[in-house]
Design a protein around this ligand. Structure first.
Ligand SMILES: Cc1ncc(COP(=O)(O)O)c(C=O)c1O
Length: 408
């Protein structure tokens, strides 16, 4: 048994040890992978008791697995929540949370800027089940409040919006619950994972993550998680993730995620430092008309909210920037393509939060499935580029950008 007591421990210590109970049989340090679909009972009577809910034991991997449970406990502790339920992907987490908490006739207030697939869930899929959605700029509390109706059940947003880096004030939105009882606040914390932001500690009810990104952090897993109270998580588990829709996580993926999370603190701090340096560099480039990064003073209100709610001045490793129309007599999109195609270190790809830098063009990639009107509303122009700043030496990334800019 582990002797570790994490009471009062710092974030890095907690990220390494939380959720683990040392393997009692062999003392294995790493969490074993329980690669099994089913679990056996000693007797029919024992099986009957477990299925009747009289005793608790794993039964079948769609409804629970010890490796996956270790990850769930770890992320719940790091987010300061009661419980968590792991899913096969970030979209699995988002759709499970929504299916678990909503029913026909309900209404959701959500952001006008969201990850492309979440945008489709909000604009098309929920309405097709008779759930109404209203999309507003969630960085403006007055607009959220004006959109609330008697049947509003959820306010949903990304703490830092993908890809425009618009920052939403979690504590200010949580204040709205005092006037509008029964509304749950659901935050996609993918871009700003702990130690940057713990939305539940600021009054949110549920956090969802694409674990694919910073939490796993190595570009080799697709995964998701929903974090919240025991009551909400068990509702989501029973109505969506576990038995009914089977959006559960595989034990091998959970093993890789647990391994990745042991270095979460180190990685996130370096991603943020590199991103800050890249944002400051990009802001000085003649071909750039705007840099969206909450660590920059030029980002006004987004910067103010970030400094208030993010820990230790950490922001995110994500930087978006806009190309100047007409630079060297060329269009913004033409120059954006030229620069991105000339870079050598960042891969042209849609994921993020990996050690390897990744760069992409939201209008034709991550947000291609958003309608042109939706992209316009969200501020996703053809000249906008999203850069997931990796863990390389930032001097090398800057050199790469300087060389690539010669093509413009
Ligand atoms: C903010 C955000 N939320 C959710 C998702 C979906 O996650 P996944 O790809 O793990 O399903 C993404 C994917 O890029 C994302 O950027």
């Amino acid at each position: 048994m582990s002797k570790i007591d994490l009471k009062g421990a710092g974030f890095a210590t907690t990220a390494i040890h939380a959720g683990h109970s040392r393997d009692p049989e062999y003392g294995a340090l790493a969490t074993p992978i329980f690669q099994t679909s089913t679990y056996c009972f000693d007797t029919v009577e024992e099986g009957g008791d477990v299925f009747a809910g009289k005793t608790s034991k794993y039964t079948y991997a769609r409804t629970g697995n010890p490796t996956v449970r270790t990850f769930e406990k770890k992320i719940a502790i790091l987010e300061g929540a009661e419980d968590a339920i792991a899913t096969g992907s970030g979209m699995g987490a988002i759709s499970s949370a929504l299916i678990g908490l909503l029913k026909t006739g309900d209404h959701v207030v959500t952001a006008d800027t969201l990850y492309g697939c979440t945008d489709v869930v909000m604009r098309e899929i929920l309405p097709s089940f008779g759930i109404e959605t209203t999309m507003v700029d969630t960085s403006d509390i007055a607009k959220i409040e004006a959109a609330i109706k008697p049947n509003t059940k959820i306010i949903y947003f990304e703490a830092a919006a993908n890809p425009t880096m618009r920052i939403t004030d979690v504590a200010a939105i949580a204040e709205l619950k005092k006037k509008h009882a029964g509304i749950k606040i659901v935050v996609d914390n993918t871009f700003t994972p702990p130690p940057i932001l713990c939305p539940i500690q600021l009054g949110a009810d549920i956090v969802v993550h694409s674990v694919t990104k910073y939490l796993n952090g190595h570009g080799d897993v697709i995964g998701g998680v929903v974090v919240g109270t025991t009551e909400d998580v068990s509702l989501i588990k029973s109505r969506a993730v576990g038995k009914m829709t089977g959006a559960h996580q595989s034990p091998f993926n959970a093993y890789l995620i647990i391994r990745g999370m042991k270095t979460l603190d180190l990685r996130v701090r370096k991603h943020c430092a590199n991103a800050q340096a890249m944002a400051e560099f990009l802001e000085k480039q003649a071909y750039v008309s705007a840099v969206y990064y909450p660590g920059l003073k030029s980002n006004g209100k987004d910067h103010e909210v970030a400094m208030k709610q993010f820990k230790d001045g950490l922001c995110t490793g994500m930087v978006s920037f806009e190309f100047k129309e007409g630079y060297n007599g060329k269009g913004a999109f033409e120059n954006a393509k030229k620069l991105v195609n000339s870079l050598t270190l960042p891969g042209i790809g849609v994921s993020l939060g990996d050690p390897d830098s990744l760069i992409q063009h939201p209008a034709s990639m991550t947000h291609a499935n958003v309608t042109p009107e939706g992209r316009k509303e969200a501020g996703i122009t053809d000249g906008l580029i999203r850069f997931s700043v990796g863990l390389e030496d930032v001097e090398d990334l800057i050199k790469d950008f300087e060389n690539a800019a010669k093509a413009l």
